[in-house]
Design a protein around this ligand. Structure first.
Ligand SMILES: NC(=O)c1ccc[n+]([C@@H]2O[C@H](COP(=O)([O-])OP(=O)(O)OC[C@H]3O[C@@H](n4cnc5c(N)ncnc54)[C@H](OP(=O)(O)O)[C@@H]3O)[C@@H](O)[C@H]2O)c1
Length: 263
């Protein structure tokens, strides 16, 4: 099975931490040229140092680009910088995001707009920028990291569940339009995977248990009895980004240890 990314340039938004960093590591080890985007410089540089310490085939590269993906002008300028430094973009992983769930009546217009800007508009804008090159070369991969709430929204899951459902519809639209051009677009619906996001949930908890116990307790409620690990999600992203996934598009794949029901 061919999962080499040699000669491919990939943008990973939110590449400095968690699932984005694990994905960047996997892409680098597969020989890709990886552009990590995030707002804060320090975590970006720490991520780059971790990646460069890994063994990788000749040609693998990792570069960082401070960018707030909710800012259209920054996104456009950063895309141009990535192309100048690493070449035209073959693979886009729209991963930047953060948990945002609360009772419907407490969510302000500003909260809704911020969530949609981060989880929907960022993916729309970046996808539109990388699309022409992918179309011309008849090869492209776009992977949208979403949440299991996209398929199964429930009480107190807005605004995320709504932004993520829109992201799933967006993935399907782009997959349909991309298919004739061999641009494959898929979504990964994440359940609970250990990351800085989970660490922030722990920090907001009552502090009655250690982080490890918090993760173990939350994981014990899942069908597999544990939370996922970031490299497990990265394995799926790497497969979807590779030539091995050449006939897979328009899918919303649960990465949730069995949490989702029949959908
Ligand atoms: N972990 C889970 O269990 C879980 C569950 C469901 C969905 N997800 C989704 O999966 C994705 C990855 O989650 P994670 O757990 O790995 O998150 P994480 O550990 O909190 O990392 C989030 C990343 O996104 C970046 N980011 C946030 N806002 C940004 C912005 N406006 N512009 C650019 N970068 C931004 C962060 O860097 P800066 O803060 O420096 O910008 C960081 O690199 C997210 O979309 C998340 O919502 C995760």
């Amino acid at each position: 099975m061919d999962i080499s990314l040699a000669g491919k340039t990939a943008i990973i938004t939110g590449g400095s931490l968690g699932l984005g960093l694990a994905t960047a590591e996997a892409f680098y080890q597969a020989g890709g040229r990886v552009a990590l985007l995030a707002r804060r410089r320090e975590p970006l540089e720490e991520a780059r140092a971790k990646i460069l310490a890994l063994e990788a085939p000749d040609g693998a590269q990792a570069a960082t680009f401070p960018c707030d993906v909710t800012d259209a002008a920054q996104v456009q300028a950063t895309h141009a910088e990535v192309v100048a430094k690493l070449g035209d973009v073959d693979i886009l992983v729209n991963n930047a995001g953060q948990s945002a769930t609360r009772p419907f009546e407490s969510i302000t217009d500003e909260d809704w707009q911020a969530d949609i800007d981060l989880k929907l508009f960022a993916a729309i804008r970046l996808s539109r920028l990388v699309w022409p090159h992918m179309k011309t070369q008849r090869w492209g991969r776009i992977i949208n990291l979403l949440n299991v709430f996209a398929k199964a929204p429930g009480a107190n899951t807005a605004p995320t569940s709504v932004s993520r459902a829109a992201g799933m519809a967006l993935s399907k639209v782009m997959a349909s339009e991309g298919a004739p051009h061999n641009i494959l677009v898929n979504a990964m619906l994440i359940g609970f995977i250990k990351s800085d996001q989970i660490r922030r949930m722990f920090d907001a908890s009552d502090g009655s248990q250690s982080f490890e116990a918090f993760v173990a307790t939350a994981g014990s409620r899942l069908p597999m009895g544990r939370m996922g690990e970031a490299p497990e999600a990265a394995n799926l992203a790497l497969f979807l980004a590779s030539e091995a996934a050449s006939y897979i598009t328009g899918c919303a794949i649960n990465m949730d240890g069995g949490l989702s029901k029949v959908v």
